[in-house]
Design a protein around this ligand. Sequence first.
Ligand SMILES: Nc1ncnc2c1ncn2[C@@H]1O[C@H](COP(=O)(O)OP(=O)(O)O)[C@@H](O)[C@H]1O
Ligand SMILES: [Mg+2]
Length: 342
Amino acid sequence: MKIVVLAGGTSPERDVSLSTGTMIYKALKSKGHQVLLLDVYLGYEGDIIDIFNKEKDWAQGIGTIREDNPDIEHIRALRKDNPNHFFGPGVIDICDKADIVFLALHGTNGEDGKVQAALDLMGIKYTGTDYASSSLAMDKSVTKELFAYYNIPTPEGIHVRKGETYSWDRYPCVVKVNNGGSSVGVSVVNTPNEMDAAIKNALSYGDEVIIEQYIKGREFAVGVISGKALPVIEIAPLTGFYDYKNKYQAGNAIETCPADLSPTLTAKMQEIAEKVFHALRLKTYARMDFLLNDKNELYCLEANTLPGMTPTSLLPQEAKAVGIDFTDLCELIIEISLEKYK
Ligand SMILES: Nc1ncnc2c1ncn2[C@@H]1O[C@H](COP(=O)(O)OP(=O)(O)O)[C@@H](O)[C@H]1O
Ligand SMILES: [Mg+2]
């Protein structure tokens, strides 16, 4: 198959996406597909005639995930044409020649449904869920409202727009970007006097924030493929919470799959994950994040519609626990994504 892996972009999760994209590219190539890896924002300026037969290592020169967020202004300065165009030179024309585009994007534009909608309008097929469910899942406050409607347990919280007054008096609490990801802009706030700084930090990534009760306990994730939950994985950061650094620097968190949990709690978490998949109208695959407190009460934090996809990412580890290796998982995602178009 002719496949374009789209990665990069301009979200704070750019580096994570390039890493996901590189791994998917290598996996699909090893299966004999004609694969290209493109930075969606920087594009490709060479000749695109017969591009799928070009002898080129498209993964060359793609960096690793640094400890802090990428410098997006620096990336924008590299664009010689209009830096406000999300799709870089050649990207749409190249995608148009592919049988499917594998979306390895994360965060704003990539995971929130806009790219999906643009590709729909161009008649270009892509992996993962559709534009509407992507945007529902990306919006943490809308997700919370749907969770309430479907009786899906989630921490109590409020949604605050920039400049809006709010009232909140439960501490500790968590402040996060409403449309964020990868824990970027997330703070645990212990006392009222830390609140302003946490909100200011979250607002530097978006105009809306969520304030939520802090749940003390263990953290888990559950991947769902075609509506069916995978085994549960536990994530235990060595220090602090599951922030950006603990997510992407090897060795900062202990990950256990299948998680050491009672069969009852395992089944309950999987059932909730499947319910979330349904509630948010998700298609193909996704990964839900969970917390469990010491009273064995479960809370679903969110759904990730384009979850991390390196062989050591959470969903691939869960798939591996049921015998699906990383390369097969990449092909499976393509297969179930093509079903959207039948
Ligand atoms: N209510 C909460 N109580 C305790 N920890 C939380 C809470 N919300 C988020 N966290 C921590 O912050 C991380 C990121 O939060 P999450 O809601 O999953 O947003 P995202 O992953 O999109 O940035 C979680 O993985 C968890 O470690
Ligand atoms: Mg999360």
